[in-house]
Design a protein around this ligand. Sequence first.
Ligand code: NAD
Length: 470
Amino acid sequence: MANIAVIGTNYVGLVTAACLADLGNCVIGVDIDARKIEQLARGQLPIFEPGLEEIVARNLRAARLRFTTSYADALACAEFAFVCVGTPSGAEGEVDMRQVRSAAEGLGRHARKYCELVVVNKSTMPIGTGDWMLPALQRTAGGSGARFQVVSNPEFLREGSAVNDFRHPDRVVLGGADAQALERVASLYRDLSPEPRIIRTDVRTAEMIKYASNAFLATKISYINEIASICERVGADVTEVARGMGLDRRIGSEFLEAGVGYGGSCFPKDVKALAHMASMAGAHPQLLRTVMEINRDMRRLALQKVRAELGSLEEQSIGVLGLAFKPNTDDLRESPAIEIIHLLEAEGAEVKAYDPAAMLAAAAVLPAVELCPDAYAVAEGADALMLLTQWTEFRRLDMCRIRQSMRCPVLLDGRNFYDPREMVALGFRYHAIGRSSQPGCGQGSGTIGSQSADEQDADALRRDRTPVAV
Ligand code: NAD
């Protein structure tokens, strides 16, 4: 069993620390956020992640897991240091490396004298970071006699199913120059059952695998959203199209859900960062740019559908169901719902909202939004309702009651979550993404009724982007 320090204890760090402890290792989580560390020491989680609280509690009790703000404390016995700090976007789309630099500084300064520390980069870091990190650690450690190895081990977990993803990864990617260090990190994953497939490669390739994977998944989402836009114009149903495509094993069914686009703390920043790195390296990342553009357009198109129903949004009461960027998380970072709310507010709408897990986080970022105790309170007196995160609990809503309590029964289903025919039968003026509320109703059938000026604007927006006429 190994002694491990985990640097950064939020979504990735906390899952990593708890799951490594659960495998029998002795793990210390380090964070610069003292409040978070105090909370964690009491077994309280700073984030919502299904199944995690129990694992943290179990391992705290067994004394295999503890938390500190002190690098010296965490590194006193550590053989491995997993770096799990944030790598957000900078102003130009580049990666803001301040957290990584400060983590490297802490590791270099406090590594045990005359001992070897394997630094495992789990954060998504720009290509070349591993090569930069080794001399940076050595420089900071000075003449302490501490030795370092750097292994890139990008994380692929998904918020909402992070524990399961850690325990059953599709693959573990390890990149590094030192074969022994790679083996030592690989041995930590051998305790997983079944033993995962391990890809060993060089640092830069490992770093690139992470960016290329996230950019590919984002591309799939933007691709199906492009198809959704075409479906609306030609009278096809994107959900059926995606089902028909996804059954082809070469394509696969995941990440083929049309809607208001991708969000979260990874896809937006990682696609941006890869495009930025590509440009800096002299490449021409035109596909990545289009992926981002389509994603932005999906937010605007959702708004245009509501505007087409209500005319001006000034002083209209708009209810929003779902704020987190996806179900089963409280993470609001780059959430489509947050971006759409900002657009609604800019047009003078009054917004009410509810999310099953993200209300605390929402209070901090949406000061002008009325946060409601449940979906029914959101619908009360609303001129339109927008479903923006597909939480399972929204499936169980009494939609008849929702419809009756609204001032105007406009429902924008930004995730193609409901059955269009059922919603129309209940009396909603129902709009989805890339599908009609009436089967087989032909051209331009993404919504009921004839095309309004706003819908024509939306079409113009798509045409501007896509030179080929559909
Ligand atoms: P986060 O921003 O939520 O958490 C980072 C944590 O690191 C915070 O608790 C912060 O206080 C702490 N921190 C910052 N600087 C520190 C320092 N110098 N020393 C110690 N702690 C420090 O980030 P996250 O969502 O957990 O993601 C971490 C990394 O993993 C990112 O690079 C991200 O792109 C990548 N990733 C995230 C996910 C995900 O679903 N969130 C999935 C795969 C990969």
